[in-house]
Design a protein around this ligand. Sequence first.
Ligand code: KIV
Length: 291
Amino acid sequence: MSVHPQPAPEASATRPAWTLPRLREASARGEKLVMLTCYDATFSRVLDEAGVDILLVGDSLGNVIQGEASTLPVTLEQMAYHTRAVAQGKRSAFLVTDLPFGTYEASPEQAFASAATLMRAGAQMVKLEGGGYTAETVRFLTERGIPVCAHLGLTPQRVHAIGGYRVQGRDDAAAKLLLDDATALAQAGAAFLVLELVPSAVARHISAELPQLMTIGIGAGAGTTGQVLVLHDLLGLTGGTGGKRPRFVRDFTRVPGSAADAPGLSIAQSVAAYVAAVKDGSFPDEAIHGY
Ligand code: KIV
């Protein structure tokens, strides 16, 4: 058995493997970054080949894989299991995994132990939800070599405290608090910041004020460094029957302007359409998808 370290992930046929410094360079060049959730090895390969830059093993797997009503029941072991699967399928994409509810809030030490489990499973960065009070934990992790993606706005792990899945940061005081929290998280060393369900103007302002932070929007307009969607939303598999599709989601399986009964795109084509639309700035269209 070789004792030599594993080689860096191989480049795919068309692009080198993303690393954090390469993502920073791309973002500094003004390139839009494309993130998409992913939960297994097969989709990992398909999404990577379709050009997705960053795969997120989101705790949304509680909703879309397990059928739970919220992300709260998801465990660290389940996140590690799905992270391992996604890591096996990808070649170039960067891999971020959510720290699930109850595995990081108690102390920086608890967060480090949980993050280490996910990094051993193949994550290259961990994501955690919450405002400036998590800055101490973000600093603790980044100082110890664990890159961090913060998450503000609608934070689904706090759904019961918030009282539902609704737009955040609508009034001036709430928007200022978001900027203050984002500033604290950036100063603590967070590399990415997911902004979920916040008015476009607020996300644009935070992104402009904190250029060292790569902001990734979902339901946050077009002014962020990149975009993220839940894979099942992109594929039109959620919200179609019974529920209402959220305003910020576009069904990428449909060719824009095609008749409702026209044949849809394949999964690979749909994901490639999402990648192209984020890269060329046509998604999200704030008039349709913004708040
Ligand atoms: O869990 C998840 O999928 C997420 C995205 C919605 C950003 O956190």
